[in-house]
Design a protein around this ligand. Structure first.
Ligand code: NAD
Length: 279
């Protein structure tokens, strides 16, 4: 990567805004936000105004991802939008030779889509980065993937954090007073039913034994201490258990604050040469 990494952002919501503020503060090394795209115009305009206030430069807001990748000297695109945004724009970004950091990792579990974007990246020499997101242990799962026999992830959230998901439709008007299993099945089916909630399951499955074999349980619990993810894996290299009790992001309770930190750290590690720990 060049000395200064020029970043275009897709998605100016909770995560994108927080990441952009961190970049402005210098928390992501040499990264600099140069372009903003969001299908909801007010979000990108207000973030541009916030980032530009008192700064030397105001990031350019654009109407299309084609405009974004054509910004002068753009190096990398960070997606903090939705699975739909990844499906719609990943190929455009990668074919233009720009690397892509994907937060809506659920989009990547379709084998056909993964093949399309991987081919686009290989042809142009771009990279695709999927941060660990709202969990840890992804490095251990990745390192032992050939030896993994079983991987399960249980995600427990307050009902409000599941509201709006197609998989929660039957529960929207019911009172949930105790821990209730809302879904049990493969990661493949989970990402369609809970698109904004189980990117973690997608990332775990992509790192490990794949989306069909990764077992997912989604639990609604009014007394959940936050967005809780418990991962258990059995492998020939050992048994691994990880538990994360995440604080929800204050403006979007579906998103864990840790996921924002993981995006910032991945961006920092892309930008900065030198020491790498845990990757
Ligand atoms: N990998 C992980 O562990 C992890 C964890 C938390 C959240 N996420 C995902 O990260 C993404 C961002 O989360 P957030 O909390 O910032 O969401 P958010 O709803 O606060 O913001 C998303 C923004 O993206 C915009 N957007 C959505 N679809 C778009 C499209 N097709 N084109 C352009 N703009 C689009 C929206 O207008 C909105 O401003 C979500 O998909 C979320 O599920 C991933």
């Amino acid at each position: 990567m060049p000395e200064q990494v020029n970043v275009g952002l897709i998605g100016c919501g909770a995560m994108g805004s927080e990441l952009a503020r961190a970049v402005l503060k210098g928390d992501a090394g040499s990264a600099r936000i140069v372009g903003l795209f969001d299908e909801y115009h007010p979000s990108r305009e207000s973030l541009a105004a916030e980032l530009g206030a008192g700064a030397e430069e105001v990031p350019t807001t654009v109407n299309t991802v084609t405009e974004l990748v054509n910004l002068p000297n753009l190096d990398l695109v960070v997606e903090c939008a939705s699975q739909a945004a990844v499906v719609a724009h990943a190929e455009t970004v990668l074919s233009a030779g720009k690397s892509l950091l994907v937060m809506s990792s659920g989009a990547m579990i379709s084998p056909d889509f993964m093949k399309t974007v991987s081919t686009a990246a290989q042809r142009s020499g771009a990279s695709i980065y999927i941060p660990s997101g709202a969990v840890g242990g992804i490095d251990a799962l990745r390192a032992s993937r050939a030896l993994l026999e079983e991987v399960t992830i249980v995600s427990t959230k307050k009902p409000i954090s599941l509201s709006g998901a197609p998989g929660f439709a039957d529960w929207e008007n019911k009172e949930i007073t105790e821990p209730t299993v809302i879904y049990e099945g493969s990661a493949t089916d989970a990402v369609g039913l809970f698109p904004a909630n189980v990117n973690v399951a997608a990332t775990v499955s992509l790192a490990g034994i794949g989306p069909d074999a990764t077992r997912v349980r989604v639990v609604a619990d009014p007394d959940s201490p936050g967005n809780v993810h418990e991962i258990n894996a059995v492998s020939k290299a050992g048994k691994f258990s990880f538990r994360f009790e995440n604080m929800p992001h204050e403006t979007n309770p579906k998103t864990s604050f840790l996921a924002v930190l993981a995006a910032i750290e991945t961006l920092r590690s892309i930008c900065d040469p030198g020491l790498r720990i845990g990757t």
